[in-house]
Design a protein around this ligand. Structure first.
Ligand code: GLU
Length: 427
């Protein structure tokens, strides 16, 4: 049975690179009907923190990257590593030196790493030294613990960042010394920032929880990340099920991929558009106090008008709150620019003709057009002031489409408030 694992060191948060590694290991296990394990590599007592571990777990949970079996903590296994080191010493394959234990590297031939992504990678014997496996403080090194744990957990496919590729030669030597079978290796190319340098916080390598707080959906983030380094034909949008069904090791690219926030936003929008109406309505109701008081029909009409203008659920929520709130707050810069005295008279006529019209999109549109004609002004001149009067800002669907989402009385009331606002401002 296929067994993969994700083995974060709890010395920082879970960032985009870590998530992608976890995702690939998770997808491969799920695709193969195997298991996905989580191991906390907390051998460095100084740098590991409980807070970091909890934040990594929170991130994985939000993303739905659920693990099988109990979480393994390396800090609880120091005795085992010690025993294993003694075994090697007894076999003449390791020795003590200045309080630490070193592995006696076999330098008779080069090591060949057979990797699913990079093919056969040969590491020259000259690069293989007698590396430390146990520190003088009793802690194992990463190389030692990773080999023992992967073996004892029955990991069949070691999937991790390609920054570890060279380390793998040491691991293979250790596996041979222990007579362990050699697992499959899948080293994943790094994720780079848009400028081609290593992805850093400045580029978006922040805590994955940041993306949750920004309103991205876990499914969209995973979709974006699965395509960052893996492909299946030219399909861009994947549901979780499609990712699981389609994932394969042969689709992983060898070259590093660049993180692109705009693409992530686009992917998120595609998922938003694909969300079915009932689900989306529920999400809006769950996250917006104002939406709780709206009828299902009002929310449906709102979604139809605003969905394809929103990249994230948080955009929809703020538009909803802005549109349906009792008090309109004008965007200051917009109000300054568009709420001017020269539109007072047309605005008054708009209020009057909207009062008189039947409340449907077509009549609203006709009413506004006739006021424009009367004042000999273009629609552009009056469109933004109406939009600001009714929504507070300058971004909304077309005027008639926006106005019809509210009831007639509310719209007229808001236009009258805007008239009073302009008058007051000009006094
Ligand atoms: N703790 C290591 C890291 O975070 C894990 C590497 C591995 O998966 O072997 O880079």
């Amino acid at each position: 049975m296929v067994k993969t694992r994700f083995a974060p060191s709890p010395s920082g948060y879970l960032h985009i690179g870590g998530v992608r590694t976890a995702l690939y290991a998770w997808l491969f296990a799920r695709n193969q009907g195997g298991k996905f394990l989580l191991r906390i590599e907390d051998t460095d007592v100084e740098r590991s923190t409980e807070e970091s571990k909890l934040s990594i777990l929170e991130g994985l949970k939000w993303l739905g990257l659920n693990h099988d079996e109990e979480i393994i903590h390396q800090s609880e296994r120091f005795e085992i590593y010690k025993e294993k080191a003694n075994e090697l010493i007894a076999d003449g394959k390791a020795y003590e030196s200045e309080g630490a234990i070193r592995f006696k590297s076999d330098r008779s031939s080069n090591v060949i790493i057979s990797d699913h992504v990079f093919g056969d990678v040969e590491v020259n014997v000259d690069e293989l030294d007698d590396f430390i496996i146990m520190r003088s403080n009793g802690a194992p090194t990463y190389h030692f613990a990773v080999v023992i744990d992967d073996h004892e957990s029955g990991i069949t496919h070691v999937m991790r960042g390609d920054d570890h590729l060279k380390n793998t030669a040491r691991h293979i030597q250790l596996m041979e010394a222990f007579n362990y079978p050699i697992p499959d290796f899948v080293h994943l190319p790094m994720i780079l920032g848009p400028d081609g340098s290593r992805l850093s916080k400045r580029h978006g390598a922040m805590n994955v929880i940041h993306y949750r707080d920004e309103g991205f959906s876990p499914e969209a983030l995973l979709n974006y990340l699965v395509r960052l380094g893996w492909s299946k034909g030219d399909q861009e949008i994947f549901s979780i099920e499609e990712m699981i069904d389609g994932f394969d090791l042969s689709g992983i690219n060898k070259s590093s991929a660049k993180f692109d926030l705009e693409k992530l936003q686009w992917v998120n929008q595609q998922h938003l558009l694909n969300t079915n109406d009932d689900q989306l309505r529920q999400m809006i109701k769950d996250q917006s106090e104002i939406a709780k008081d709206l009828s299902d029909e009002a929310i449906k009409n709102f979604m139809d008008a605003y969905k394809n203008r929103s990249e994230k659920i948080s955009d929809l929520i703020s538009s909803c709150d802005q549109l349906f709130s009792k008090d309109i707050n004008y965007d200051e810069a917009a109000a300054k620019k568009f709420m001017t005295t020269d539109i007072l008279s047309p605005l008054k006529d708009i209020a009057a003709s909207l009062k008189a019209c039947d409340w449907n999109q077509e009549s609203i549109s006709i009413a506004i057009k006739s006021v424009c004609e009367k004042h000999e002004i273009g629609f552009g001149k009056i469109g933004q002031p109406i939009r600001i009067a009714v929504t507070g800002g300058t971004q909304s669907p077309s005027i008639d489409q926006t106005l019809i989402l509210l009831d007639q009385e509310t719209v007229i009331d808001r236009i009258e408030t805007a008239i009073a606002y302009i008058k007051e401002k000009s006094d």
